[in-house]
Design a protein around this ligand. Structure first.
Ligand SMILES: [Zn+2]
Length: 270
């Protein structure tokens, strides 16, 4: 699933290419991906101008003129691609938007992705957005420590919980915990405040680096131009089970935590 760096990359690519353009038409080819909203028909977007694209957690929010917003979540296999000629199968095309000078295609093999059309004032009450926790970049380390400290689940599961801190998924939770030297199974109420603050710095550092590398292309992620990211080559623990730790040469271990595969160095992470 695309995480914060991948969704941020897509948001920036699409904004760069599409902002300011008017919609000629939109077609929803598979209504199963449409969630309830203020508007059911995608025709509502016709002749509206795209004012901006914003990321919130792993969601994309398209702001249009006429006080209309389109909220999207790519879930597992959703892909938004500009002027696509990437050989993706037509039968996986779920919607497209024709702008004045570009075309945005949405492909989704498994159809878990979701879109909805809302009045701007109702975006904050969207069921998925309303429950989202804090953005890692919008809080400081003291706030982060305070938010996670009182929890009694494994720290890895806290990081994955979108209602506590949003945007992190399996890859960046594992990488951040490695960077901070924290064992994924530790409970935050048993981790010192200074180590939690350090973890917040690691999260921001890893996410920034991943955004600079345009995300990680595991599970076939591609950006808004259909290109792969490059951060997958820089992963320290995620997907490196049985390989030598880049810091200490100990073999990276994998365990299942809350149903999610979790990768860590038994020596570097205490
Ligand atoms: Zn190590």
């Amino acid at each position: 699933m695309p995480e914060l760096p991948e969704v941020e990359t897509i948001a920036r690519d699409l904004a760069f290419a599409l902002e300011g353009q008017k919609v000629r038409k939109m077609r929803l080819l598979d209504p199963v991906i449409r969630e309830k909203g203020d508007y059911q028909s995608p025709n509502i977007l016709e002749r509206k101008r795209l004012l901006g694209i914003e990321r919130r957690g792993k969601n994309l929010i398209f702001h249009f003129s006429g006080n209309i917003a389109m909220v999207c979540h790519l879930m597992m296999t959703g892909r938004m691609i500009l002027d696509s000629e990437h050989g993706l199968k037509k039968r996986y095309l779920r919607f497209f938007i024709e702008f004045e000078r570009s075309r945005l295609d949405y492909f989704d093999v498994r159809k878990f992705g979701r879109i909805s059309f809302l009045k701007e004032e109702n975006v904050k009450n969207h069921p998925r957005l309303k429950k989202l926790g804090r953005e890692p970049f919008s809080i400081n380390s003291e706030q982060f420590a305070r938010i996670v400290k009182k929890r009694s689940k494994a720290i890895k599961l806290i990081l994955l919980d979108q209602e506590i801190i949003c945007g992190l998924g399996n890859i960046y939770a594992d990488e951040s915990l490695f960077d901070a030297g924290i064992r994924p199974t530790l409970r935050p109420d048993r981790i010192s405040v200074s180590r939690l603050k350090h973890l917040h710095k690691s999260i921001k550092k890893i996410l920034k680096k991943a955004i600079r590398k345009r995300g990680s292309s595991v599970d076939d992620y591609i950006d808004g131009f259909g290109r792969a990211g490059r951060f997958q080559n820089m992963l320290s623990v995620y997907g490196r089970t049985g390989k030598a730790c880049k810091k200490c040469q100990t073999l990276i271990k994998r365990m299942v935590l809350g149903g999610r595969s979790t990768h860590f160095c038994p020596k570097c992470q205490k």
